[in-house]
Design a protein around this ligand. Structure first.
Ligand code: E4P
Length: 217
């Protein structure tokens, strides 16, 4: 499974990248706002740091403008994936940009039918938002499962990029179902290492190390 980091925080990406945990990065306008940086400048910095796809989102709502913005974003680096919203205009932009050979990430997906349209428009990635469905008492994981079934039924190559991931459980469930990629904030990725039995076991070992005066170096 590929891990993308969902942030525009360059030092946080660099820390995870050093550990080999970063297969790509996703950003969105809210994350760019949070970074306080210029979108083109911070995206370039991320692209220089990370080898995999870096999703940068268009801000226009009409297809022609989305395409123009997408082409401008694509000038930043070879590993840019243009992110477009799952609207009819977004699908038009997806088709044109993907026909040009660009990577396109179709975002804000909340149904299997939307995912089907994105695949037919040539999307490289479809981003179903798990957490935002859970927020309104719907089942985000069920959506991942449904899209996996639909894509496998017809051999679509569009990768399922499980997004809006808020918990370690979302990651484990996405992996169990067979999402191709997860994108999660750095804190969620780091939290995957946590287990109370690891902490308890280590505390016991440390006590015995101290009691017995065990030394290696
Ligand atoms: C994905 O590409 C989005 O940037 C992100 O996962 C949205 O997450 P949120 O619903 O926690 O804002």
């Amino acid at each position: 499974m590929k891990f993308f980091v969902d942030t525009a925080d360059v030092p946080a990406i660099a820390e995870l990248n050093e550990l080999g945990m970063v297969d790509g990065v996703t950003t969105n306008p809210s994350l760019i706002k949070k970074s306080g940086r210029d979108i083109l400048e911070v995206t370039k910095e991320i692209c220089d740091l990370v080898e995999g796809p870096v999703s940068a989102e268009v801000v226009a709502t009409e297809a022609d403008q989305m395409i123009a913005e997408g082409r401008k974003l694509l000038e930043i680096a070879d590993n840019i994936a243009v992110k477009v919203p799952l609207t009819w205009d977004g699908l038009k932009a997806c088709k044109v940009l993907s026909d040009d050979g660009a990577m396109v990430n179709v975002t804000l997906c909340f149904s299997a039918n939307q995912a089907l349209l994105a695949a037919k428009a040539g999307a490289t990635f479809i981003s179903p938002f798990i957490g935002r469905l859970d927020d309104i008492n719907l089942d985000g994981m069920q959506l991942i499962e449904d899209i996996r079934t639909v894509y496998d039924n017809y051999n679509y190559e569009t990768e399922i990029l499980a997004a809006s991931i808020r918990t370690a459980n979302h990651v484990a469930e996405s992996a169990r179902i067979g999402a191709d990629v997860i994108t999660a904030p750095p804190a969620v990725i780091k939290a995957l290492a946590n287990h109370p039995l690891t902490d308890k076991g280590l505390a016991a070992f440390l006590a015995d190390i101290k009691d017995a005066g065990i030394k290696i170096l």
